[in-house]
Design a protein around this ligand. Structure first.
Ligand SMILES: NC(=O)c1ccc[n+]([C@@H]2O[C@H](COP(=O)([O-])OP(=O)(O)OC[C@H]3O[C@@H](n4cnc5c(N)ncnc54)[C@H](O)[C@@H]3O)[C@@H](O)[C@H]2O)c1
Length: 429
């Protein structure tokens, strides 16, 4: 059997993809790159006895003999690395988010089109059992035409902020605006319906002390109200409210379906409730659902309801030439992300609706070729926008020092939390 040689950039979240490679018989993990010595040392220990090359810099790593690269580096730096990998002839699996600027979006699309290589966006929440079954029912026409839907990704990361930002004032998690990290809530609804977003109105919540106390500079949560090409509306909410929630609902012209609310303790995203006319759908309400029974056992060991397994599984299948492989291409990835990017532009413009460009059309790309507006000063230059719409908050450097010390203490002591999270490849998100 042909084995796809895979390299992984970023050894925290990258652990999930490393673990995938360990158990799949058509993948060979050949190289890992992380600029952090500590991360490299831990991976060496994790992979003791295996024939894997370790790199502390991308320039040497990309020269390694491999077919594909998994990008699990910083969330705002995926596109430049994806472009370099594609130009070096490697297929790319990109963690969330796909791009930081519109300029990157245009460049990335054009590089993918020119190289013809596989680009798969790792929006794993689309592959959670509930949303995936909702996709199947929607595509079978059981719910009718999409009219309204909601997606929630609420995660209170406050208690672990030190271990996901390491006391770095400019870690991407401290510098992301309220509507940036939007594809866990929007993505599944786009993947269920296949409909393109055409306009968005954004909302930014206030800043709160709980967040400022750990060094986050943005509003507590963001909301996107998105109009789709068929006139249907999505409400997406994501961010750091106090109690976590992952939840999706879809109303169609023939019925409604939704995953279980966390507080119902009924199985969360593993369960869907369907309420549609009997002749359309005799799905038993509240039944446990599974996406692909064939792989159920393998997926069970993976994070985020087994979805971490399926995003990688489909990527490898696609490279191997399986046309049925359900990957998320760059156009769909941008349908999931641009609503968040333009929602913030809506906020910055006083809450007016913003049109969402369709970069599938070559002529629409010209307007954005030099658009580097973002919250990263080095990338944005004079197009810099603040992390909070009314201006960045003043945060005492002592806050970041405290976070750094907490992180050092935790990682130095190799606390149970850190070690377990490292093995599973997900501290958060
Ligand atoms: N899909 C999910 O469920 C999920 C869950 C967690 C994280 N993520 C995503 O995974 C990515 C990584 O997040 P994380 O939690 O591991 O934290 P992180 O972003 O702090 O870690 C990134 C790692 O990449 C390394 N790195 C960054 N730039 C590098 C470079 N140029 N060269 C070499 N190494 C480099 C860092 O040293 C670090 O170890 C982010 O994009 C995040 O959005 C996704």
């Amino acid at each position: 059997m042909k084995k796809i040689k895979v390299g992984v950039l970023g050894g925290y979240r990258g652990t999930s993809m490393i673990n995938y490679s360990k158990q799949a018989n058509n993948v060979e993990l050949v190289a890992i790159c992380d600029k952090s010595q500590e991360v490299l040392e831990r991976q060496k220990e994790n992979l003791k006895g295996e024939n894997i090359a370790f790199y502390d810099n991308f320039e040497d790593f990309i020269k390694h003999d491999m077919d594909a690269v998994v990008l699990a580096n910083y969330a705002n730096e995926h596109a430049p690395f994806a472009i370099k990998c594609l130009k070096a002839g490697k297929h790319v699996f990109s963690e969330v988010l796909p791009v930081q600027t519109m300029k990157e979006a245009v460049e990335l699309i054009e590089t993918i089109e020119q190289t013809g290589l596989v680009y798969a966006y790792g929006e794993n929440y689309c592959y959670m059992p509930g949303p995936y079954e909702m996709r199947k029912l929607y595509r079978e026409g059981k719910i009718g035409e999409f009219e309204y839907g909601e997606g929630e990704y609420v995660h209170n990361c406050g208690p672990i902020w030190h271990s996901i930002t390491y006391g770095e004032e400019n870690h991407w998690r401290n510098n992301m605006y309220a509507t940036f990290y939007c594809t866990h809530s929007i993505g599944p609804l786009i993947h269920i319906t296949g409909l393109r977003p055409v306009s968005v109105t954004g909302f930014e919540s206030k800043m709160i002390k709980r967040h400022l106390d750990v060094g986050s500079k943005s509003g507590q949560f963001g909301i996107e109200m998105i109009e789709l090409e068929n006139g249907g509306i999505i409400k997406s909410i994501h961010g750091g409210l106090y109690k976590d929630s992952i939840w999706y609902s879809v109303y169609g012209s023939k019925g409604r379906m939704e995953t279980a609310r966390e507080d119902a303790r009924a199985g969360g995203v593993h369960v869907i409730y369907v309420n549609s006319d009997k002749e359309e759908c005799d799905y038993a309400s509240g039944e446990l659902v599974s996406y692909n029974p064939k792989n159920e056992q393998a997926a069970a060991a993976f994070g985020h309801g087994g979805s971490d397994f399926y995003s990688m599984y489909n990527f490898i299948e696609k490279i191997l030439g399986n046309d049925e492989a359900d990957t998320i291409d760059i156009y769909e990835a941008l349908d999931m992300f641009l609503p968040g990017m333009f929602a913030y532009r809506s906020v910055l413009n006083g809450g007016i609706p913003m049109e969402i460009p369709n970069l599938r059309n070559k002529e629409e790309r010209e307007k954005y070729r030099n658009d580097v507006m973002c919250t990263d000063p080095e990338v944005a230059g004079d197009q810099y926008i603040p992390v909070f719409s009314k201006g960045n908050p003043e945060i005492d450097p002592a806050v970041y020092e405290k976070m750094r010390l907490m992180w050092e203490k935790e990682s130095g002591a190799n606390s149970g939390y850190t070690r377990a999270a490292f093995k599973q490849g997900s501290k958060t998100n």
